[in-house]
Design a protein around this ligand. Structure first.
Ligand code: FES
Length: 322
């Protein structure tokens, strides 16, 4: 996380949104101040103790400059960030966050926008829906959760899907008679030109990517919360850093980023699992072994950039613009 440009915010309120989900309202520490503007789909990185940094989508309207809203699902199997936020962060405390960043922008001019949300994946999509509501543009949401007790934002969503340009479909797969939503007919029913967005667990994203494979890539938008695969850590190749004029052998058990940080070279990073895009680095020579979920398939195939926190090398030598 780039600490030179972080923002200090106070937690103004902590609210239970659904079973296992808390929202945090973040406000400027100085009365009357405004937070940096953001666009629908943006996220902020929250700095937690012990160097933990976690990314959370903003889910309030982009018209608001007096606060950011983020939602956190408690996951005991996670690396500890969500448990810390649920158990330790209280209203009144001050935390540092990054500037808002948007790797999942909304195509505002699309003839229709289709949103597929799984669980907490609703947050960036809800921010987009509020924007389309403001613009009066058509949208449709499929919101998939285990049960209605697990569904954050249900009342506001029901209201948004009534009498306006949008439509909301709920799918509760763990309720009696419920089942996992079949995305194939949902996608097949969409007219050409519809922009489609998915944010949710990995199996849902995989089903979405399969169902949209024949659609123009520029109309398909996905945001991952977690890595698809483990970082490349088998090592055994050399990295040449063109700007710092250094060279390092990457040993087994270390990533390129680990090794570069060991050399004392300052380089941006945040999630360390290939989801946030912070560590993107230009590749001048060599073939990366891409493990991230941030770059598009086209970008990965071009091998002109890579995420050094998780990707390795297929060639014996990589020259990076670092
Ligand atoms: S640090 Fe997040 S993608 Fe590399």
């Amino acid at each position: 996380m780039d600490m030179s440009n972080t923002i200090e915010v106070r937690i103004n309120a902590v609210t239970s949104e659904a079973l296992g989900i808390l929202s945090f309202e973040l406000v400027p520490t100085q009365a009357g101040a405004q937070l940096p503007a953001f666009t629908a789909g943006a996220h902020v990185d929250v700095q937690l103790p012990d160097g933990m940094v976690r990314s959370y989508s903003l889910f309030n309207s982009q018209n608001e400059r007096n606060r950011y809203l983020i939602a956190v699902v408690k996951d005991a199997k996670s690396r500890g960030g969500s448990v810390y936020m649920h158990e330790k962060l209280k209203a009144g405390e001050v935390v540092r966050i990054s500037q808002p960043k948007n790797n999942f922008p909304l195509a505002e001019g699309a003839p229709k926008s289709l949103f597929i949300a799984g669980g907490i994946g609703i947050t960036p999509l809800w921010c987009m829906i509020q924007r389309l509501q403001d613009l009066g543009r058509p949208w449709e949401l499929y919101y998939c959760v285990r049960t209605r007790e697990h569904a954050a934002l249900m009342p506001v969503m029901q209201e948004a899907g009534t009498g306006g340009p949008g439509k909301v479909n709920f799918n509760f797969d763990h309720e009696p008679g419920g089942k996992v939503l079949d995305l194939v007919p949902v996608i097949a029913a969409q007219a050409p030109g519809t922009h489609m967005y998915c944010c949710g667990p990995l199996p849902m994203i995989a089903a979405f990517e399969a169902a949209t494979a024949s659609r123009p890539p520029e109309e398909i938008h996905v945001e991952y919360f977690t890595a698809k695969e483990a970082p490349a850590a088998s090592g055994g190749f050399t990295v040449v850093l063109s700007k710092s004029e250094k060279e390092a052998f990457i040993p087994a058990g270390k990533t390129i980023l680990d090794t570069i940080l060991d050399l004392g070279i300052d380089t941006p990073y945040s999630c360390m699992e290939g989801t946030c895009g912070e560590c993107v680095t230009n590749v001048l020579e060599g073939i990366p072994d891409h493990k991230d979920v941030f770059l598009t398939k086209q970008d990965q195939a071009a091998n002109k950039k890579m995420m050094i926190c998780c990707s390795g090398s297929k060639s014996a030598r990589l020259v990076l613009e670092l």
